[in-house]
Design a protein around this ligand. Sequence first.
Ligand SMILES: Cc1cc2nc3c(=O)[nH]c(=O)nc-3n(C[C@H](O)[C@H](O)[C@H](O)COP(=O)(O)OP(=O)(O)OC[C@H]3O[C@@H](n4cnc5c(N)ncnc54)[C@H](O)[C@@H]3O)c2cc1C
Ligand code: FES
Length: 363
Amino acid sequence: MATYPLKVHEKRMECDDTASLWLDVPQDLTGAFTYRPGQFLTVENDDGGELIARQYSLSSCPGAHAKLRITVKKIEGGRMSAWLVDRTQEGDYLDVQIPRGRFFKDLDAPHHVLMLAAGSGIAPILSIGRWLLESAQGHAVTIVYGNRTPETVILADEVAEIAERHADSCRVEQVMSRADDSWTGARGRIDRAYIEARFDDWRAASDLPMVVYMCGPEGFMDSAESALMGAGLPSGAIHRESFDMILEDDETKPGLEVTAEDDTGEEGPTSRIVAIVGGEEYEADWQEGEDILSALLRAEADVPFSCQEGTCSSCISKLTAGKVEVRPGVLQTLRKDDLEEGLTLACLSRPLTRNIRIDFDEI
Ligand SMILES: Cc1cc2nc3c(=O)[nH]c(=O)nc-3n(C[C@H](O)[C@H](O)[C@H](O)COP(=O)(O)OP(=O)(O)OC[C@H]3O[C@@H](n4cnc5c(N)ncnc54)[C@H](O)[C@@H]3O)c2cc1C
Ligand code: FES
C-alpha cells in the first residue's frame, strides 16, 4: 500500500526505552490521515536493504490533537523499534501508511468503559479513553494501568490530566508489580486474582452497562478475558488489541465461514475477486489454494498488508458479496460478531463462491 512521508515534529522520551513521536500531517493529506481512536499506523523502513513494516497504535486523539503521535517501546533486538526509539530524530521523515484497524467501534449509548492496559498497551487505550470522555456522550471510564515500577510508566501525565479534567466520570487505578516501598498505590499484576478481587468495586462505580477494552501482552489479555467472563460479562462486551506477532491458529480446526450481509454470492468455482481500496476498484483472478490477499497482490492491487500471516490487522476488510472461509486464528484480531458483520482478514481468507467483492475502506 502507498506510504506517505510524515515529518517527525517532536520526539519525547517517555522513559528509558520508550519514545513518543509527533508527526506533522501536510494539509493535502488531512483527509487520508483522518482516524478513529484505537487505530494504528504502519511504519516502513529500509533495514539493510530489506523493507520492513511494523504497526504502531496512535496514542494521540482525534479532535484533541492536530498532529499524529505514536509511542514506541524498544524491543530487545527489535529492528524497527530500536531505529524509532534510538536513531529517529526531530526533522526526520517516516514512511507511513494511512491509519487502519478496528479496535474501537463507536458506542451507541452511554456505557461504563473499563479499560485495562499493560505497559505500551496504554497507547490505544489513552486515545480511546480521552475520546470517550471528551465526546461528552455520558460515558463513565475506569482505566486500570499496570506497570513494573513508577519509572517505567509512560504517558502517565496525560492519563492523570484527563482523569483530573473529567473527575466526575473517570477513575484511574495504577498497579505496580515491582515497585519499592515508596509506592503507596495498588500492587501486583492485573491477572485473574487481581480482577476477581477488584471487579465488584469497578462494577459499583457506575450503573451503566459495562464494556471492556484491553491492550497488552496476549497472556495478560487471555487471563483478564477469562476472569471478566467468569464475573458475568458476555464475550461480545470485551474488546482486545494485540501487539504480539505470533498467530495462534490450530491447523486441525476447520475454517470459519464469513458471508456478505446483502449478497451471499453464487456457489461454484471462484472466477473473480473484486477489491475496493481508497475508492478504487481492483480485479483479480484466483488460483486454487491461495488466500484472497495473495490473489490481489498478484494482480498488483494496492491493498493494505504487512505480515501476510494474520497478526498485524492491516488487511482487515469487509466482504460485500460472496462467502469466504477464514482460519480460526482470525479470532485473535476480530470477534465473532465482527465476522457476522462480514469482516475478515484477507490474508487468512479463501473464497467459497463464484464471485467475491471485498471492501478495504469500509471497516
Ligand atoms: C496492531 C498493532 C499495534 C501495535 N502498536 C504498538 C505500539 O503502540 N507501541 C509499540 O511499542 N508496539 C506496538 N506494536 C508492536 C510493533 O508493531 C512491533 O511488533 C514491535 O515494535 C517490535 O518490532 P521490531 O521490528 O522492533 O522487532 P522485531 O525485529 O520484529 O523482533 C525482534 C524480537 O522481538 C520479538 N517481538 C516482536 N514484537 C514483540 C512485541 N510486541 N513484544 C515482545 N516481543 C516482541 C520478536 O519475536 C523478536 O524475537 C503493535 C503491533 C500491532 C500488531
Ligand atoms: S497482512 Fe497482516 S493480518 Fe493480514
